[in-house]
Design a protein around this ligand. Sequence first.
Ligand code: ADP
Ligand code: MG
Length: 641
Amino acid sequence: MSKIRILPDALASQVAAGEVVERPAALVRELVENSLDAGARHIEVHAQRGGIAMIRIVDDGSGMDREDAMLSLERHATSKIRTKEDLGAIHTFGFRGEALPSIASVSRFRLATREKEALVGTEIEVNGGKLVAVRDSGGAPGTVIEARSLFYNVPARRKFLRTENTEFAHVEQQLRLHAIANPQVAFTLTHNGELVLHLPATRDMLERIRGLVGDELASRLLKIEETTVQGVTVSGYIGGPGMSRSSRQMQTTYLNGRPIESASISYGLREGYHTALMKGQHPVTFLFIQMDAHAFDVNVHPAKKEVRFHDGNSVRDAISRSVSHTLENAVKLPTGHAPARAMQTAPAAAHTPPVPDNRQEQFAMPVAASSAPLRNIAPAPMLTPQPQPSAPAVSHRVADVLERIATGRSTPAIQPQTPEATSPKAAQEQEEPQEPKAPAKSEPPAPPEYRIIGVLQKLYVLMEGKEGLVLMDQHAAHERVNFEKFRRAIESGGVPCQRLLLPVTLQTTPRDADLLRQNLAALNRLGIEIEPFGPNIFKVETLPAFLKTDDPAAWLDQVIEELSSLSTKSSSLRLSEDAIATIACRASVKSNDVLSIPEMQALLKDLFACEMPYCCPHGRPTLVQISTAELERKFGRRAPG
Ligand code: ADP
Ligand code: MG
């Protein structure tokens, strides 16, 4: 006897419904997409109890006549595509004709619709996939779709629903996604009868974003100037350096107006942000990509959340370029107050008051990052890692390890360097890395007019600027300066190195040995001459010239440990040169160096010569500003607001 049966229609719909509508937010996605496809200018979404008890969508779109209304509830009934060719280039949100029958099969469903010119509309009721009633309706032109008691007839599915609050949070997020991409459409959202979102129609994308995320965040966004590279047009708004979130919730990306997620896009963003984004953090983006509908396939995911690009690399490239270009052009401090580069008028030194001798004494420690020639220094007393108030309060394994390397027990100090120990080549290389002439880059801007006031906790340099108080995290600033120097050196053919007094041999685990072997070339280019010296043993002859350590072995151990934790995450043993550079560089900076005023000035100058002065390679801010207005408010000299 045959075991294969054709599923009854209602059951088939319920099975399909599991894929298309897994939770109330998915209903919102499908129904709002339908309303947008129908040309609606006003869309209301009403939810009861997280959307589980009820979701109702009211639109003023085209509406349907009775025949279409009935048809819309049949499986695979769609007005949006007709032929196989249409499927190759989809211009509407919908195309599968699955949503309405799926929703109707797992809820108590009501559809009321009326075309603009029609005398009378149609109302259809369906319970769990069974048609209950069709009647005339006298509603306004447009369409109302209501789904009550979601999954009332599919207890197995109902079990997977979360709390009402969680479900509603997803509903709201879904509506936000659509609202951002469609500023010309007015949206309203209510929950249990209370107004949650009210977004009037606007022509201005930023205006819509402001309505959703508030003035403060919106004012800190950077605009991506619309550019087209290889048929991929990128535009929108993104957070500046240092603005990030620990979840992907604010990383919104759209393809031809459809909210989507795609690995190519995420890679492009990561690449574009590069070191302006802290590890483990996600950018804030409202990124819009427009491209020919033939160049990708949306028909790969039941929820249409993912797409497949025919040429993912060009998408990734276009995004990465637009983002990095936008960030480099950004001239705002992380607080978003003063366009720092616009403040430059006179060199900082002119405004520096004479410093008492004892202070000079106190600031006597040289720094790797200043433009002074490299010197050997003894390890300075340890500083307890300072909480960084303006950095998001998240803990990242990678960043933590790096922090430990930079501030912890085996803080590198320099290997005494004697002339005999240095080969002529190494000695020559050991000089301060030549700043490669930046190709066709205009003069780096002079640092803004900051007057140095003092240092807080041996870490924060306090400065007076035109707009108020400016704090520089000297540790983060060093990292940025070192990192860019390092990167420029790599780009121009290699990092100067210093030869070690005695080569260091490293005993590693087999896994770390593999890791090192796969990354030998990159390490060499970074000034770390390392070669296999036996099974799981390596010999290290040189270290990067700017590195100051009296325990090269410990420094290398830390770098390897860090590389290895990174490679576990990315599951590949081959690491990008940048990743290695960031680690090696970060490990070379100390937080507790006491700087002299001229050294601070040099650091500030070096910092402002950087491509991305406002954050360290891990995305933490280097500068924070407290405006005079803010101070006045705090001291009650000015009314709040
Ligand atoms: P799809 O959107 O994939 O075509 P749906 O099941 O979501 O499939 O919708 C079926 C059809 O019903 C659509 O093709 C459209 O013609 C019609 N429809 C659905 N919602 C609306 C609406 N809000 N206004 C006008 N027509 C609608
Ligand atoms: Mg649809």
